[in-house]
Design a protein around this ligand. Structure first.
Ligand SMILES: Cc1cc2nc3c(=O)[nH]c(=O)nc-3n(C[C@H](O)[C@H](O)[C@H](O)COP(=O)(O)O)c2cc1C
Length: 331
């Protein structure tokens, strides 16, 4: 797929419901994510014109390339939804075959497809044929640890026309527990010609490099670690390029981004929701900074934008002063 082929060692922001909204995607792109994904969107909701689902699909120029991810069990709904996604201007469309939660798999969607590789192939092919933009898939190793069938499902998706596959290296029965098994990536790669993206438990820039070095994957997709440290994309690019991380503690950059992200969140969601939903990102911006947990606690209670900015500014000034004096040696 051209979008991936043109980037050396691409770093992708994983789709995450309630997390990879427009503001977060913009910030991650600014911090070096090469490709970003929306949170998953129900095909049924899209074809019923549900406002909230359309909002999740809103795309802006500065976040491109961006994939819109959809899920569903019915071919006709997924085909209709795929056309809506194409009209929204998405650079490519990703099908979710990996979601493990009961309300999704009990409806035969998400990870449930792994139990039926032929249905997965039929769905993929129908969506591929419905749109002109590239169609990609994201899945897991298999339904259970005793029945890992990623070699079969990935091949079927490629044959059905998928242009890339992202693999969360766990099985459905693991949910989010246990450890991702990256050893399947080289095996899948040996079997396919489309890009194979590694996902699961990349928690640091060092691990992103390790993932490329040890699996020969075509890209690394980062999820939870981007919430706790959005700078992971920048740090990973640095370690991939220079073999060292240069930007651990740039206080000014951190605070500027935190404030920009907060503003984007308010712009996109409105003042109240924008401030409350932003709270999950404070720990990432303040991670590793001196006395951060105390400041984060204060920020969690604030609901007034000016007070938040004031708290952040005071903390930033304190850190910069102490750093200038050499008092804080290790932040
Ligand atoms: C809060 C949250 C929401 C998620 N939502 C989605 C989703 O909408 N679509 C999807 O394919 N995967 C979703 N995932 C799974 C992630 O994309 C990823 O596969 C998983 O977190 C493993 O990667 P990580 O170890 O880098 O976090 C979600 C994960 C989390 C933690």
């Amino acid at each position: 797929m051209k979008i991936i082929d043109e980037i050396d060692k691409p770093l992708l922001l994983a789709p995450m419901e309630g997390v990879t909204d427009l503001p977060f995607r913009i910030i991650c792109r600014e911090l070096g994510a090469d490709v970003v994904f929306t949170e998953f969107i129900a095909s049924d909701a899209l074809i019923r014109n549900v406002d909230r689902s359309f909002k999740k699909m809103k795309i802006v120029q500065e976040e491109r390339p961006v994939a819109v991810q959809i899920f569903g069990s019915k071919i006709d709904a997924m085909v209709q939804a795929a056309k809506i996604v194409e009209d929204s201007g998405a650079d490519f469309l990703d099908i979710n075959y990996g979601c493990w939660v009961k309300k999704v798999v009990n409806n035969d969607a998400g990870a449930a497809f792994m139990k039926e590789p032929n249905r997965m192939a039929e769905m993929t092919n129908s969506v591929v044929n419905a749109v002109k933009i590239p169609v990609t898939v994201k899945t897991r190793l298999g339904w259970t640890r005793d029945n890992i069938n990623i070699l079969e499902t990935s091949k079927k998706c490629e044959d059905a026309g998928a242009k890339m596959i992202s693999i969360h290296c766990r099985t459905r029965d693991m949910g989010m527990l246990g450890k991702s098994d990256w050893s399947w990536i080289p095996k899948v790669k040996a079997n396919l010609s489309i890009p194979v993206i590694l996902n699961g438990d990349v928690t640091s820039a060092e691990e992103a490099k390790l993932a490329f070095d040890t699996t020969n994957c075509d890209g690394v997709m980062i999820g939870r670690a981007a919430i706790s440290n959005p700078f992971i994309f920048k740090q990973s690019r640095e370690i991939l390029t220079y073999n060292t991380i240069k930007s651990y503690f740039d206080v000014t950059e951190r605070f500027a981004l935190c404030k920009k992200h907060l503003l984007l969140s308010i712009e996109y969601k409105g003042i109240e929701k924008g401030i409350i939903e932003f709270r999950k990102y404070y720990s990432g911006y303040l991670k590793g900074l001196y006395n951060a947990s105390k400041i984060r606690q204060n920020l969690m209670y604030l609901t007034n934008y000016d007070e938040i900015i004031d708290e952040l500014n005071k903390y930033e000034d304190f850190l910069l002063n102490e750093l200038a004096k050499g008092t804080i040696i290790d932040i």
